[in-house]
Design a protein around this ligand. Structure first.
Ligand SMILES: [Zn+2]
Length: 385
């Protein structure tokens, strides 16, 4: 059994250890400062002498596996080397994990909200709660309480007690281990069973920011940031708000209303533009029909998108080909004629069914239409002069 030095001192960054076993790309040591992934807290990484450890996990029998980097050479059983933690990685997640304890504790004590699951990431941590709805005001109040706990520099400490004693404490979270239980205390705020690694004072967390919440599996999942991530988040928000204030010529507190008005105006303009495009399409189609020699073949270019013609062309029409300035075309005619067009111009893409086909072409609309006229009129002339 590997001696877990990380429980004796969470701040130990290096220690000597001896290889006791090898296991498929991983090594097992007599002692370690590397915490194996558990409880949402990622496993440690770093080096063992010249060997790079990319992750630490628990094996099926509870052994602590130090996973060697891909392509790394293996040490031999009995080798003694110095373990060195990637301390930035470890300390970041020690802070984030302790912040999660603090927020979960306050959610429970201040608002009766339980924690169902947690996740730690480089970008922040999530707490899935046992509630289907939570008002944002409640979560902002918890954020205030968490930052107050940080300012009060509360001690965070661990001890180990018997199972019965742990049960008698009536903790917010049920005990998941048998035998003796490791407890994590935040002075005056929380005590809970946890086998993770934690900082020793809430002051190390810097600050905590509530970011957002969403519904998942019928529960509210809340998203938080701690320390430097919270600072980055606050600065990013301030920077975005300053930019939007300039764009909308509006005070920060009025930016959301200004943006909503702008979106409404854009929707109105799009609606008006669509109406005008439909009208223009109708006029262009009418003019093109009037210019046909045979009364059946209408081939023309359009300054509005071909989709505006779809409702205007019907069973009474013969062959209609319209191309727009975006390189799209609408084809109304028999399937064999459309297949003839595709065979003659392999560069075009598109498809459809019945008498309607849609597609796109490379190059200019004039070039495409001129090729269509040659193909379907024989002599290339299908329009009145
Ligand atoms: Zn913990």
């Amino acid at each position: 059994m590997t001696e877990q030095l990380y429980y004796e001192d969470h701040y130990l960054r290096s220690a000597d250890a001896v290889v006791t076993a090898l296991s498929d790309g991983a090594i097992i040591l007599d002692r370690t400062i590397f915490y194996p992934e558990a409880g949402g807290q990622p496993g440690d990484r770093g080096t063992f002498g010249p060997y790079e450890i990319k992750d630490t996990r628990k094996g099926e029998d509870g052994e602590i596996l130090h996973i060697l980097a891909d392509g790394s050479a293996h040490p031999s059983i009995g080798d003694r080397e110095t373990l060195t933690l990637d301390w930035d990685h470890r300390y970041f997640f020690m802070k984030e994990h302790t912040a999660q304890h603090l927020v979960s504790a306050l959610l429970f004590s201040d608002a009766g909200i339980g924690t169902v699951a947690v996740h730690h990431g480089e970008d922040g941590f999530t707490i899935e709660t046992d509630k289907a709805e939570i008002d944002d005001a409640v979560l902002l109040r918890i954020e205030d309480s968490a930052n107050d706990a940080i300012r009060r520099r509360l001690s965070v400490w661990q001890d180990e007690v018997g199972h019965e004693e742990a049960e008698s404490l009536g903790m917010r979270r049920s005990i998941k281990v048998s035998g003796r239980v490791r407890l994590v205390h935040i002075d005056g705020v929380d005590v809970v069973g946890c086998g993770g690694v934690h900082v020793s004072s809430t002051s190390e967390l810097g600050e905590i920011a509530y970011v957002s919440s969403e519904r998942i599996r019928g529960h509210v999942r809340t998203f938080w940031k701690c320390g430097e991530r919270a600072v980055e988040y606050r600065r990013l928000n301030a920077s975005v708000l300053r930019s939007l204030s300039v764009i909308f010529s509006s005070e920060p507190e009025n930016v959301a209303d200004a943006a909503a008005r702008c979106v409404h105006e854009i929707q109105q303009l799009r609606h008006d533009a669509a109406k005008l495009s439909e009208k223009v399409a109708s006029l262009l189609l009418e003019a093109a029909r009037g210019k046909t020699l045979d009364g059946k073949t209408v081939i023309f270019s359009s300054c509005v998108a071909t989709r505006y013609y779809e409702g205007l062309i019907g069973d009474d029409d013969g062959l209609v080909i319209v191309a727009d300035e975006e390189g799209r075309f609408l084809f109304h005619g028999a399937k064999d004629r459309f297949e003839g067009l595709r065979a003659a111009m392999p560069g075009i893409r598109g498809g459809g069914r019945g008498t309607f086909y849609r597609g796109s072409f490379e190059g200019s609309a004039d070039g495409f239409l001129s090729a269509c006229r040659s193909l379907f009129s024989g002599n290339g002339r299908i329009e009145k002069a």
